[in-house]
Design a protein around this ligand. Structure first.
Ligand code: COA
Length: 373
């Protein structure tokens, strides 16, 4: 069995951004236009959204998005992403390639050094050809590519698979690419979820160490873990069969087919499961939370992370130990924990342990125990 390292990690964040105030203003304009129509039909009026609630309940102040104007237009409330011809790189592959190129630079590698691309994301733009194969083609990497998804745990699950393949010798160097264009699937007319997500792309380079080799400043992947348990509390029903339930299968009706979640149930259930996962996974390695220099947790909710850490440590834990990026980026689905990792490891010393832990739809949790070389 080979030893495995993360030799490169990088992030691509879109330039455009939206504050809570801007998002709430467009939502409330839509509610003002919608409520008279609802009154005519004898329906209950819709409640308005509130920027102070959003910041208090989630910790999100701002999010970066692939396209801003369409989201903020109260007559549209969805990003405007034009269809591209088949001979032009698709939007998701382009986003992934941007972070992949930076990660290759970070690792000091060329595309030809890579023999597998995994596109591990919560949404894929299409079923086939796989987005990973399009990225393989655009980058010029060798070998193979495939797509995989596990909600917000996708990148951690991708690392789980990549590390196992590299450890076993099946592949030499793998890119785990997580291009999350989650605003494309978000219902900006749903008060419960319209504020949660933002777009980001991340890439990790996973490779084998040669016998006796060390790579200062890089992480050894000591172990990875995945855990799942079925829940409907975060769900999307959008899929290729969606159209077949419709009267006219040639019109796309998105009603009921966008992301929905019972946020407060997810909060409670995943907080407990996340805490147990962390304590048990570390325990298997004879470690306790206090032995870990840094936690890169899923970036869905600041209060939730604080609670998971408090349960695990038995006391409050600050952001130096467990950095947060969601305040400025929102929940970037599976990319979030990798953004936290990418931005918060340069100060770590040789021998320091770090724990990556992402959680989300499924339910699913993915973790990786890392050690700075
Ligand atoms: N503006 C104003 N009020 C809002 C609102 C909004 N945008 N959205 C919900 N509310 C209201 C609710 O209607 C409810 O009102 P009520 O008490 O009169 O019924 C109240 O705020 C509390 O709603 P609740 O859903 O219980 O809020 P919460 O404190 O649980 O926060 C989330 C909501 C989504 C921020 C939070 O539950 C969360 O982050 N959950 C975890 C999500 C997660 O981890 N997902 C997995 C990864 S994607």
């Amino acid at each position: 069995m080979k030893r495995v390292i993360i030799s490169g990690v990088a992030v691509e964040i879109p330039q455009a951004s939206i504050t809570n105030d801007e998002l709430v203003e467009s939502f409330n304009l839509w509610v003002d236009a919608e409520n008279p129509r609802r009154a005519e039909q004898g329906l209950e009026p819709l409640a308005k959204s509130d920027a102070a609630f959003i910041e208090y309940a989630s910790g999100v102040k701002n999010r970066h998005v692939i396209e801003r104007e369409g989201i903020l237009d109260p007559t549209r409330m969805s990003p405007r992403i034009p269809v591209r011809p088949d001979d032009v790189i698709s939007v998701e592959a382009e986003f992934g390639v941007a972070s992949a190129k930076k990660a290759l630079d970070h690792a000091g590698l060329r595309p030809g050094d890579i023999d597998l691309v995994i596109c591990a994301a919560s949404h894929h733009q299409r079923p086939y050809p796989a987005i990973a194969i399009e990225m393989q083609h655009a980058l010029g990497t060798k070998g193979a590519g495939f797509d995989m998804g596990l909600g917000c745990s996708s990148a951690a699950a991708g690392l789980h698979v990549a590390a196992a393949l590299v450890r076993a010798g099946a592949h030499r160097r793998v890119l785990v690419v997580t291009p999350e264009i989650i605003t494309g699937h978000l219902n900006f007319r749903d008060r419960q979820t319209h504020f949660i997500f933002g777009d980001a792309s991340t890439t990790m380079v996973v490779e084998a160490l040669e016998e006796g080799e060390t790579r200062a400043g890089r992480f050894e992947v000591l172990d990875t873990r995945s855990w799942t348990q079925f829940s409907n509390n975060i769900r999307t029903n959008l899929g290729y069969l969606s159209r077949n339930a419709q009267e006219d299968p040639y019109m796309i009706d998105m009603d009921g087919n966008m992301i929905r979640q019972v946020g407060n149930k997810v909060f409670k259930e995943v907080t407990v499961a996340g805490h147990r996962f962390i304590v048990d996974f570390l325990g298997e390695h004879g470690l306790r939370p206090d032995d870990i220099r840094r936690f890169w947790l899923h970036q869905a909710n600041a209060r939730m992370n604080a609670m998971i850490l408090k349960l695990s440590f038995g006391r409050e834990i600050g952001h130096d130990r467990a950095p947060m990026v969601l305040e400025r980026l929102g929940n970037t689905a599976a990319a979030g924990a990798i953004v936290a990792l990418s931005e918060n490891h340069a100060d770590m010393k040789a021998g320091d342990f770090g724990l990556l832990c992402a959680f989300g739809a499924g339910y699913s949790i993915g973790g990786a125990l890392l050690k700075m070389m």
